[in-house]
Design a protein around this ligand. Structure first.
Ligand code: SAM
Ligand code: SF4
Length: 449
């Protein structure tokens, strides 16, 4: 029996989908990338913004026909929108077989087992050896839920309060992922650096994960500025495996807006924190989340967000249009017309694109260590995406190219930059010319350069 997964939303959802996939595979199911081939479809939903929820609901609507095409097909809907709108989903889409809200993901295994045991199909179970997750870069969830109450955000109500996984569980999962071929581990949580379990805190966890055999890189997402303390900064600066790339959501550059959003820091505190981190890690890459068009945001307050982007030179940013989420404190406030929010969104994106390109252009001519994730694609430790070029041309010229496999770290000379990616060529040391006669080798090398 085959299953197909569609995931909406953040990395947390991707990690949840991976975890649910592992349970399905342990149950003998096999993943397919073709939904027509599947007997079970799992739609993992997001509700952070209305747009994400609408997309998931229209996909679920289309599954009525998909389900009718073959007896025994099952539709499973999971995640944050499933948590928020469980009853509505069951009313509007009565063909759904199982709804698993975000707070119940940890019970998915038992719930799915009950569903699959109720088999009405005569399909043979395919007891193929469960496929393994062969991703070079894996997510490991270290905590669920959020104890904050940012006034725009639905997450605390759909995911509940913070629950932390134990150090043993986390390290066990890290070892599982390494055994399956992962080299890079991204620790996940809504405010990932607020982690606390028994005597352990986030900085200690980071060091412990980095010390695991086979772990070459450790990242984390999303930290909250409040918990970015000196111990975390020291761990990042001291331990080579902990990547010097930081995604630190700021949301706004205006203190009035930060207060209205109930973020518990000011613009000045955020700037001081970044300056401190850049002193400790001059090459650190920085990305962020920003919301534009929060209720009451004046043009001047919006411009403070633009000036913060100029001041801090973010390497990348996710710019979100404010979306009213029912039940949140900000939903009581009058929101702006879509046109105004869209206009600010465009202005912010344009600026972020320009700054992001500047940040990447300064890397042209440098050599970077790139962890290969897929064909000719990988990322630097600071988290810049790199396309590795020129290999087809080298192959055409007769060079015997060393195969670069996912999981391998290679040296790449950066030759070009775009707003979201870098391009580069493998350093000569990565190219072998053993097909060439000995006396041709020097010529081949110079030709390739
Ligand atoms: N917990 C993380 C944090 O606080 O940084 C982020 C979690 S949230 C899923 C990801 C991003 O979505 C937030 O950083 C915020 O920028 C954005 N977001 C959350 N609620 C939103 C809303 N109602 N409208 C627009 N963007 C929103
Ligand atoms: Fe939402 Fe704020 Fe919690 Fe992040 S910290 S999940 S934005 S409430």
């Amino acid at each position: 029996m085959k299953y197909f997964v569609r995931t909406y939303g953040c990395q947390m959802n991707v990690a949840d989908s991976n975890e649910m996939s592992r349970h399905l595979r342990a149950h003998g199911l096999v993943e397919t990338l073709d939904q027509d081939d599947a007997s079970v479809i799992l739609v993992n939903t997001c509700t952070v913004r209305q747009h994400a929820e609408d997309r998931a609901f229209s996909e679920i609507g289309r599954l009525k026909k998909w389900k009718a095409k073959r007896p025994g097909r099952k539709v499973v809907v999971t995640g944050c929108a499933a948590e928020r709108t469980k009853e509505y989903l069951e009313d509007r889409f009565p063909f759904i077989d199982l709804v698993v809200g975000a707070k119940s993901i940890e019970n998915f295994e038992q719930m799915a087992q009950r569903l699959l045991d109720r088999r009405e199909t005569d399909e043979e179970l395919d007891y193929a050896v469960p496929a393994i997750d062969d991703k070079v870069a894996a997510f490991v969830t270290i905590m669920r839920g959020c104890n904050y109450s940012c006034t725009y955000c639905i997450v605390p109500s759909v995911r509940g309060r913070e629950i932390y996984h134990s150090m043993d569980q986390i390290l066990g999962e890290v070892r599982d992922r390494v055994r399956e071929g992962s080299r890079e581990i991204t620790l996940l949580g809504q405010t990932v650096n607020s982690y606390r379990h028994e005597q352990y805190r986030f900085a200690g966890l980071l060091r412990a994960v980095a010390a695991e055999d086979g772990v070459d890189r450790v990242r984390f997402i999303s930290p909250h500025p409040y918990y970015m303390n000196d111990r975390v900064i020291e761990a990042m600066a001291e331990v080579p495996e902990i990547c010097e790339g930081l995604h630190l959501p700021v949301q706004s550059g205006s203190n009035t807006m930060l207060k209205a959003m109930a973020r518990n820091y000011t613009r000045e505190q955020y700037v001081m924190l970044i300056e401190k981190m850049r002193r400790a890690m001059p090459e650190m890459a920085l990305s962020t989340d920003i919301i534009v068009g929060f209720p009451g945001e004046t043009e001047e307050e919006f411009q403070q967000t633009l000036s913060l982007i100029e001041e801090l030179h973010f390497d990348w940013g996710f710019i979100f249009k404010y979306s009213t989420r029912e039940g949140t404190p900000a939903a009581q406030l009058e929101s702006y017309p879509e046109q105004l929010i869209e206009e600010r969104h465009q202005r912010c994106l344009e600026l972020m694109d320009r700054i992001a390109l500047d940040r990447r252009l300064r890397l042209v001519g440098t050599t970077q260590d790139v962890l290969v994730e897929a064909d000719n694609f990988g990322r630097t430790c600071a988290n810049y995406k790199v396309h590795i070029n020129g290999r087809e041309a080298q192959a055409r010229q007769g060079a015997a190219l060393r195969n670069i496999a996912p999981g391998e770290e290679v040296s790449v000379r950066i030759t070009n930059a775009h707003r979201a990616t870098l391009e580069g060529e493998l350093q000569d040391g990565n190219v072998t010319f053993e097909n060439f006669r000995q006396e041709d080798t020097a010529g081949a090398h110079s030709r390739e350069r």
